[in-house]
Design a protein around this ligand. Structure first.
Ligand SMILES: Cc1cc2nc3c(=O)[nH]c(=O)nc-3n(C[C@H](O)[C@H](O)[C@H](O)COP(=O)(O)OP(=O)(O)OC[C@H]3O[C@@H](n4cnc5c(N)ncnc54)[C@H](O)[C@@H]3O)c2cc1C
Length: 410
């Protein structure tokens, strides 16, 4: 069968895959052939009501690749954040920690935006940039031998490609990761997130709230207009019971957690449950293969960092590929891929374990732990320098930050 040579084949046209394709195209021009294959390409994520907090570093990346200007008017700046620690039945929730969220003057530490708007904008930009988009899956590949300069890949529509690098951006259940023999380590939380959007009577003024309740965090994240996205964590059986409740009972359970500070609330769209787990791939690379995004790691949404971590992978991998390609080196060879893995794997473990620790610290009913964590939160609240460092860390601006995340071109 005739094999079509491409430089990079990306499996998966979600946030991670499309962003990588656009960044490579922008840096290396049309002579560098990039193909994205995904059966879901061009289909709107109907019924996906999820929204994401895009941290400042990732917004800079979207700005650099010319996507932010297309969605900015739909994105809600997060201007401050309030954290409370209370029991469900408490009538008043004392505030333990507040963050006024600017990383630089005039630059909010995060924006909220609906996933579907961002993926649509990335797809349109990729199409305009002339990237080869194929609405089909990566079906199979032969493990490359060390001496080969490419990897043989077959798509579900029968096409055969021979890229120098295959990127697995095919999500948490990555078939490429398992076919490459890469195992993961991690665990299920036995928790699920009920995700809904609500409309409310009063303005949220760009304020995000995270209420640490014994069953798990209940986050209210501001969307454009008088709307908010709710990520409501419960033990899985309880989450499934809650979404199946009749409307009036569901509304009562929601109101007990949301309270009435924004006036009457109304649920918009469907209620969905997302099971939560934590895992990290034991390796981010294999022979001529690199894993990015959820294919490489999935973390608890408690700090809203999953997608942002995936885009850090993308920024680091893009930089590694571009640096090697400009020097005429083989960007799919082991030394280039090792550089990518060194850059990202430690940071990923650190963030994964930090979010895991946060979830364990807060999702429990121990009054002793509660006293200690509230003293801790109270102390942080009184130390502006420490708060500023936390904000910059959460915004993705601490450590060895790839160029795209600093807002620089490759
Ligand atoms: C409740 C919840 C709330 C969250 N909130 C936040 C937040 O506020 N901030 C944040 O940063 N993150 C958040 N996340 C995490 C974030 O949603 C994910 O990290 C992100 O969607 C992963 O993007 P991705 O491109 O890696 O994978 P995906 O979006 O899963 O894309 C994978 C793509 O691969 C395709 N595919 C699968 N198999 C193949 C194949 N064989 N060949 C080709 N294509 C294939 C699929 O069709 C899909 O389009 C949250 C997650 C949850 C569950």
């Amino acid at each position: 069968m005739a094999r079509n040579n491409v430089d990079v084949l990306i499996a998966g046209g979600g946030f991670a895959g499309l962003t990588l394709a656009i960044a490579l195209r922008q840096a290396l021009g049309p002579s560098f052939a990039v193909t994205v294959a995904d059966p879901a390409l061009g289909k709107t994520y109907a019924g996906d009501e999820r929204a994401s907090a895009i941290v400042a570093a990732v917004r800079r990346l979207f700005e650099s690749i010319g996507v932010w200007e297309r969605v900015e008017h739909e994105a809600q700046p997060m201007l401050d954040m309030v954290i409370t620690d209370s029991r469900l039945e408490d009538a008043v929730r004392p505030t333990f920690l507040t963050f006024a969220g600017e990383v630089e003057p005039g630059e909010p530490f995060a924006h909220m935006i609906e996933n579907v708007l961002l993926v649509d904008a990335l797809t349109v930009k990729a199409r305009e940039a002339g990237i080869d988009l194929r609405p089909t899956a990566v079906a199979n590949f032969n493990k490359s031998s060390g001496s080969a300069q490419h990897i043989d890949v077959t798509l579900a529509d029968g096409a055969a490609l021979a890229p120098r690098l295959l990127v697995a951006a095919d999500g948490a259940r990555s078939g490429i990761r398992s076919r490459a023999g890469i195992t993961t380590h991690g665990w299920d939380y036995g928790q699920s997130a009920v995700v809904i959007n609500v409309a409310h009577e009063r303005d949220h003024d760009g304020r995000a709230e995270e209420h640490f309740l014994p069953a798990g965090p209940f986050a209210i994240l501001p969307l454009k207009g008088r709307r908010s996205s709710i990520v409501w964590t419960e033990p899985t059986a309880e989450a499934e019971r809650i979404v199946a409740l009749p409307d009036a009972e569901f509304h009562a359970a929601l109101e007990q957690r949301f309270k009435l500070q924004l006036g009457e609330i109304k649920v918009l769209g469907p209620r969905r449950v997302h099971p939560l787990g934590f895992f990290v791939a034991r390796s981010f690379i294999a022979e001529r293969i690199a894993l990015v995004g959820d294919a490489a790691h999935v973390i608890h949404p408690i700090a809203g960092q999953g997608l942002n971590m995936g885009l850090k992978d993308v920024a680091a991998l893009a930089e590694v590929i571009v640096d090697a390609a400009r020097l005429g080196l083989d960007f799919g060879a082991a030394d280039a891929l090792e550089r990518y893995q060194r850059w990202r794997r430690f940071d990923t473990m650190a963030m994964g374990l930090a979010t895991d620790g946060l979830n364990r610290l807060f999702s429990n009913r121990s009054d002793v732990l509660r006293v200690f964590r509230d003293i801790g939160l109270g102390l942080v609240d009184r130390l502006p320098a420490l708060k500023h460092l936390f904000i910059r860390e959460a915004a993705g601006l601490v450590g060895e930050v790839p160029k795209l995340l600093r807002g620089e071109l490759l």
